[in-house]
Design a protein around this ligand. Structure first.
Ligand code: NAP
Ligand code: ZN
Ligand code: ZN
Length: 349
């Protein structure tokens, strides 16, 4: 076993503190990665605070992992020592079901093994995430990172990037479409960049008018303040697609009313019960659709990284030392992030 240091949370209300644990020795199909940067996703905060129930402690969060390969098993072909590699939200899946066969491991019928707050397959051993020195992961769940990209700004692509890229691709967002991205945070700012890169006309839909200038810089051509009901009413039935990244339960009705006939709103944020209730007419009257999406599969995650390398797309980050992780959580909760915190893991040394 490999002794590994990191930061863990031990219950829903305490801060993260230094924590030592063990990783397995790499097997023939495993890649060992020295973690250089790890993004802070809002999911880390939800899981640490047990917002969704079922959190398992001690928990080492972190699923936006970028690092340098230090060791590969004899059967590994995807990467070699000294390559840069990334790990996202999953570290395993059943590999037998139709979803796994299609490279949609996130929809594994037995459930994927999440990078943290999960148990290793067939074991009681908890998985531990990227707020740590190193990780050992089977090569299927590792992506190769081109050396040309700015590594600290690449880390958020492993979750925020793929979670926005995948639904935009799945629903064929592109040229000639008016697309709304709802919520300008970690996911939202990547959603704006990708929708723009795919050729859509992007409208940033935000509760924060102060972010308007940034939204335009990131690629939006217009800003719609969702609290302004007159402005919202004016834009009724004008969107081909909406990507909703709001992390909390909220009223979906005013957003659905923005959709054209046959158009879709995809939820990626709010996982718990939605309040207030959905008004059926908001779906029925214009044959609208409400859908959801979880990250993306491993082949698509590599495709997204390669797309980013080809189009020079990375995240806008604020790099923090691991010792500031609790302050970063507080700021994330207060919607005070431009637009992703990334931990410099060198600070752990
Ligand atoms: P984030 O950085 O905190 O951004 C969320 C944004 O939503 C905020 O910047 C804010 O934007 C807006 N917002 C926050 N609270 C709101 C409220 N009560 N009403 C309306 N708007 C609100 O979070 P994130 O890391 O992007 O994550 C967003 C959500 O996606 C989280 O719930 C996370 O767990 C989830 N997630 C899902 C997946 C998946 O696979 N489906 C993957 C990763 C994350 P404005 O200031 O512009 O309004
Ligand atoms: Zn995430
Ligand atoms: Zn499966």
């Amino acid at each position: 076993m490999i002794k590994t240091r990191g930061y863990a949370v031990h219950d829903p209300t305490s801060p993260l503190t230094p924590f030592s644990f063990e990783r397995r020795e790499p097997g023939p199909h495993d890649v060992q990665i020295e973690i250089l940067y790890c993004g802070i996703c809002h999911t880390d905060l939800h899981q640490a605070r047990n917002d969704w129930g079922g959190s398992m402690y001690p928990m080492v969060p972190g699923h936006e992992i970028v690092g340098r390969v230090t060791h590969v098993g004899a059967q590994v072909t995807k990467v070699k020592p000294d390559d840069y590699a990334g790990v996202g939200c999953m570290v395993d899946s059943c590999r037998r079901c139709p979803a796994c066969h299609e490279g949609l491991e996130q929809y594994c019928e037995e459930g994927p093994t999440w990078t943290y707050n999960a148990k290793e397959r067939g074991s009681e051993q908890l998985t531990f995430g990227g707020y740590s020195e190193r990780v050992v992961v089977e090569e299927r769940f590792v992506v190769k990172i081109p050396a040309s990209l700015d590594l600290q700004a690449v880390a958020p692509l492993l979750c925020a990037g793929i979670t926005t890229y995948s639904p935009l691709r799945h629903w064929h967002v592109g040229k000639g479409q008016r697309v709304g991205v709802i919520g300008l945070g970690g996911l939202g700012h990547m959603g704006v960049k990708f929708a723009k890169a795919f050729g859509a006309q992007v409208v940033m839909i935000t509760t924060s008018p102060a972010k308007g200038k940034d939204a335009l810089r990131l690629g939006a051509s217009e800003v719609l303040v969702s609290k302004d009901s007159a402005a919202m009413a004016k834009q009724a039935k004008s969107f081909h697609f909406l990507l909703n990244t709001i992390p909390n339960p909220h009223d979906l009705n005013p957003y659905l009313a923005l959709l054209k006939r046959d158009a879709t709103m995809v939820l990626v944020g709010a996982l718990t019960a939605l309040e207030p209730p959905l008004q059926g007419h908001n779906l029925i009257s214009d044959r609208r659709r409400l859908a959801g999406s979880v990250i993306g599969g491993m082949p698509e995650t590599q495709e997204m990284i390669d797309f980013c390398a080809a189009h020079n797309i990375v995240s806008d980050v604020e790099v923090v030392p691991i010792q500031s992780v609790n302050q970063a959580y507080e700021r994330l909760l207060k919607n005070d992030v431009r637009y992703r915190f990334v931990i410099d893991m060198a600070s752990l040394k």
